[in-house]
Design a protein around this ligand. Sequence first.
Ligand SMILES: Cc1cc2nc3c(=O)[nH]c(=O)nc-3n(C[C@H](O)[C@H](O)[C@H](O)COP(=O)(O)O)c2cc1C
Length: 263
Amino acid sequence: MNIIEAIKERRSVRSFNGESLSEVMKSELYKAIAGAISPFGGHVSIRLKEFDLKAGFKPSTYGMIKGASSFFMLGIADDEQSALTAGFMFEQVVLKAWQLGLGTCWIAATFKGTDFDNGEAWPDGEQLRIISPVGVAAKKSVVESIARMAIGSDRRKAFSTLFFNKDFETPLSPDSRFGQALEMLRLAPSSTNSQPWRALVVGDTVHFYYIQKSQLSVLDCGIGLCHFYETERFNSQKGEFFKSENPPSAPKTWKYLVSYKGE
Ligand SMILES: Cc1cc2nc3c(=O)[nH]c(=O)nc-3n(C[C@H](O)[C@H](O)[C@H](O)COP(=O)(O)O)c2cc1C
């Protein structure tokens, strides 16, 4: 399965088959963690932790996650670069897991921190902010189906309402230079499916903005930018992220984040 197929097929998985990960899968996941990159800096650690459910301790996800014994844990410092990097790096692991046949679910709210953080030491101002179960998916539980419906997880905003060309009124053509990479960004997961990302294309440059929906909006954008960047790489396109000193001034509710200059 290539990365475009993984991006299109991936969904959050909250119900698992109850089996622990094989040594081969664990080693692949450790490789994915070690290989994850970010151009944004900051301080982020990704760990994989296994809980021995048979020993009787089950970390609490308030009933949201069923049948998982392995969890990723993300230590993230409290600044913009770290939030962007957390989204950008961990989504690479999420997509790799999907390619290996494993489901995950980004979780920022529905977990009991002390159950997971027990005995962990985090460096450089990092704190446990995100967890994700990882394992083989089972049939969706009723709780999972209700959660998906309540959040509207299957509905993404239309391309034409998110991405613009030259000015903030002209929708970008999906067939243009950055069309596919932005379409893949559009499919990214975000907290409560809030999809805070917006973009303006001016020639060979994409300026990224976001609408602040919550504390997680920048991290959400990091996830979207991972999809964008993976698509560029898949298509052997080159380019670099940079912070513009003079980004085009956008509608009032939009905050400038970062730009990308393609070759
Ligand atoms: C940063 C982040 C935090 C999230 N936190 C939670 C959470 O606390 N509980 C939960 O059940 N889902 C959580 N989700 C999953 C989203 O609800 C889900 O990604 C979104 O509804 C889109 O659905 P999809 O991932 O199946 O495409 C989170 C997702 C992201 C990206």
